[in-house]
Design a protein. Structure first.
Lengths: 399, 123
């Protein structure tokens, strides 16, 4: 029996660094550069069009990296637009927080109001203002593009590339996948660690044998792949993805058996059903495939299964603090048994996620101490190697 | 006026409703990690023989949306979800109600749909 799996690696990897001077990346000076060269230039995902399903639906999305508040609105014309959540009169925050539905957005400071398309509808006591052209005073729109229900924004004055160029080959590989799922769970945490460490915690499978031994002890690998090598790793210009190997020998525990009886298997259990998946999901068509991990550099890591996906979004606050949001999506249920099954698997993976999260602050403290500057990365940590290459190229202005 | 909190077929489990029928993920998770293992075990053992019957019953409801259930069936639905959550430490052979080396429960902020106002205003 085969007891070792060599990963199939696609893309340019020869120049990926295996040693990273991470300590140098954790400084305030470095983060100030990253903000302008990476975060202000990148296309960044802020959610899904399904979060604003009907005309007038809105949500407030705060971005701590730039101390920005955005207002995402689906207009009467069905178009989803993203605006700065700022009244054009005196700069007040128009909608404080949350989501809802409105036909008109009225600032509670002096009553200026705006339409769902961002146009200024009314200036109260307008005759008292000089040289005030309402056509020039609509909400300030943020560059945004929709991709397979994702809302991407770009905070540059003028984006240096289109979203299609930004996503590269992946742009056309996920059609009709995300739209069939709905949000089933969500939580956030502020973590005292650098954003790189947050992203890195979720983009390699080497740790799963050890870190997740209590929560998901036999979900990957199995007898034919005991080291849980990734079957397939793909490196693109800016982004990457790899597949995780399911374990055909997995022993189902009691809760998993019940959940499996009433609904579809979700992480940390897999049914190896590959039907109907778009070309970007399990792109190597590995038969014991569990899920993919995709990093949309810099702010989103996705775990993508055959009927579920998880989106982990990272927003740096400063060089040593970030906001992490985890949103789980899954198949739409036909009955309550499926709802219960779905909730069970969701609860299981929440604990797995908490283990990943708990490594970040310890790493940050250690690497900031100056005792150890350099980290060593294996081939199974190829995604991290690529992450730091992309980071370097963007900071140099070469990507 | 009804004098039962669960569908009649599951009346014998009513004593668990007030403390264990919790309507959102946040509450169920916090219940698990704040309850002694012996108390968790009592709950898990008490319901384990009936859980599949409960789900079979819920599957006869004409909806997949728990917010559309009548109060008795909604409580039953939430009770089953709590049982699924409470069963995890025992199924995975933990000694405690939570894993040792994990992100603290009180540093997670649950958002919709993991946390939302209780539709039955029970808590």
């Amino acid at each position: 029996m085969q007891t070792h799996l060599d990963s199939l690696i696609r893309g340019t990897v020869e120049d990926l660094p295996s040693r990273i001077s991470l300590g140098e990346l954790l400084t305030a000076e470095n983060f100030a550069k990253e903000k302008e060269t990476i975060w202000r230039r990148a296309w960044l995902s802020i959610g899904h069009t399904m979060d604003v399903p009907e005309p007038g639906n809105y949500l407030v999305y705060d971005i701590p990296t730039f101390n920005l508040s955005l207002l995402v609105i689906r207009g009467k014309d069905e178009k989803v637009r993203v605006f700065h959540n700022i009244c054009r009169h005196r700069g007040n925050k128009i909608v404080r927080e949350g989501d809802g539905k409105k036909a008109v957005f009225t600032c509670n400071f002096h009553g200026w109001s705006f339409g769902t398309d961002g146009k200024l509808l009314n200036i109260t006591d307008a005759k008292e203002f000089d040289n005030c052209d309402p056509d020039q005073l609509g909400l300030i729109e943020v560059h945004s593009q929709i991709w397979n229900s994702f809302i991407f924004i770009n905070l540059a004055e003028k984006p240096h590339c289109t979203l299609e160029q930004w996503l590269g080959p992946m742009f056309s590989q996920y059609d009709n996948y995300f739209e069939h799922q709905e949000k089933v769970a969500s939580f956030k945490s502020v973590v005292n660690g650098n954003w790189h460490l947050g992203v890195n915690s979720f983009t390699e499978g080497y740790h799963t044998l050890y870190l997740h031994k209590s929560t998901a002890r036999d979900y990957q690998g199995g007898k034919s792949n005991p080291d849980r090598h990734r079957p397939h790793i793909e490196i693109f210009d800016r982004h990457h993805r790899y597949s995780a190997p399911g374990n055909p020998d997995k022993v189902f525990v009691r809760g998993e058996k019940i959940a499996a009886k009433y609904g579809r298997l979700m992480i940390p259990a897999f049914d190896f059903n590959l039907e109907g998946l778009p070309p970007g999901v399990n792109s190597a068509k590995h038969d014991k495939w569990a899920f993919d991990v995709v990093e949309f550099f810099p702010n989103v890591v996705m775990l993508i299964g055959n009927c579920w996906h998880n989106e982990i979004t990272f927003w740096p606050i400063d060089e040593g603090k970030m906001l992490i949001t985890n949103q789980a999506y899954a198949y739409k249920t036909k009955n309550l048994g499926e709802r219960i099954s779905r909730s069970y698997f969701r609860a299981r993976v929440r604990d797995v996620f908490r283990e990943d999260l708990n490594t970040i602050e310890a790493q940050h403290n250690a690497l900031s101490s100056g005792v150890m500057n350099e980290v060593i990365l294996s081939r199974q940590e190829m995604a991290l190697r690529h992450h730091y290459k992309v980071n370097r190229l963007m900071m140099e202005g070469n990507l | 006026m009804k004098n039962h909190t669960l569908p009649l077929a599951f009346k014998s489990f009513e004593k668990w409703v007030s403390d264990w029928s919790i309507s959102h993920e946040s509450g169920r998770f916090n219940k698990r990690v704040s309850t002694e293992m012996s108390d968790l075990n009592d709950f898990v053992v008490a319901l384990q023989g009936a859980v599949e019957q409960m789900i079979d019953h819920l599957n006869t409801m004409p909806t997949a949306d728990p917010d559309l259930l009548d109060p008795e069936n909604r409580r039953l639905f939430d009770l089953v979800l709590m049982w699924m959550e409470a069963s995890i430490p025992f199924d995975l052979d933990w000694d405690e109600n939570d894993i040792e080396d994990a992100w603290p429960a009180d540093r997670l902020t649950f958002l919709k749909p993991s946390y939302f106002p209780d539709p039955l205003n029970r808590k």
